[in-house]
Design a protein around this ligand. Structure first.
Ligand code: DGL
Length: 268
């Protein structure tokens, strides 16, 4: 049982297999600038996308235990792969709001004009039972073309947002979606918004790209409102990053993705 989990000034924990969830953190901070935030990048164990469900669950429990020890009042699992593998068990195990995320198939199906949508995600997300259930619920009236993006998370973890290799991978992964005529593409992994400009260049202006970060931030706000734990203080928020990455450039990558200097603690 977490201590003080309804205290309004307690931070919100945001976790991901690595730096990708910073794309969600940015939306949370933009929507609720007075909330204190703790971000945990489990980069030493990224990517989650090719790990077993059991391994991902164990990592999620370890990271959640760490965040709860920091007295967080809610946890955002800013990772589609971790949500698919572990959210049910996390909610059963921990007594605080846990917000997860899944590829935006529903909004994409609503936005598509020709009824063909593409989903870029990790292999772990695409083969999960949660994703199958999502398609069953919202993908019935559209054609859904899925593409697992092996190696892309690693590029973004290294901060390679605009290299030839990253461009080449993206071109390779977008090609089948374009060949099928997708007019709407879902970014089904929180790392991918950091290369959405490159994706837009490849797929062209006529294709709509959908990211889930803003919706997750709204869902979090809704949960905090419901349990009366919104921080109503007008003091500036503290944003603290923890990473277990052992790469020397990891702090620079975090600051690049966050968009400003960041308070970062490296864990061994
Ligand atoms: N950001 C994670 C997601 O949304 C990446 C998963 C991975 O580490 O493979 O799925």
């Amino acid at each position: 049982m977490p201590k003080n989990n309804t205290m309004t000034k307690n931070p919100i924990g945001v976790m991901d297999s690595g730096v990708g969830g910073i794309s969600v953190l940015r939306h949370i901070h933009a929507l609720m600038p007075h909330e204190h935030l703790i971000y945990f990048a489990d980069s030493a164990h990224a990517p989650y996308g090719n790990k077993s469900q059991e391994e991902i669950k164990q990592r999620c429990f370890a990271v959640a235990d760490f965040l709860i020890a920091q007295d967080v009042k809610a946890i955002v699992v800013a990772c589609n792969t971790a949500t698919a593998a572990a959210i049910a068990e996390m909610r059963a195990k921990y007594d605080l709001p846990i917000i997860g995320m899944e590829p935006a198939v529903k909004p994409a199906a609503a936005a598509s004009k020709n009824g063909i949508i593409g989903v870029l995600a990790t292999v772990g997300t695409l083969k999960s039972a949660q994703f199958a259930a999502l398609l069953e619920s919202y993908g019935r009236n559209v054609e859904v073309v899925t593409q697992g993006c092996i190696g892309l998370v690693e590029c973004i973890e290294r901060g390679e947002l605009d290299t030839e290799h990253t461009k080449q991978l993206l071109a390779q992964y977008c090609a089948p979606l374009l060949a099928e005529g997708a007019d709407t593409i879902v970014l089904g992994c929180t790392h991918y918004p950091f290369v959405s400009a490159l994706i837009a260049q490849i797929v062209g202006k006529s294709v709509t790209i959908i990211d889930t970060g803003a919706a997750v931030a709204k869902q979090l706000q809704h949960k905090l409102n419901a349990q009366s734990s919104v921080n109503s203080s007008i003091e500036p928020a503290t944003i603290l990053f923890f990473t277990n990455s052992q790469h020397t450039q990891s702090n620079k990558v975090i600051e690049t993705l966050w968009g400003q200097p960041a308070a970062i603690q490296r864990l061994s």
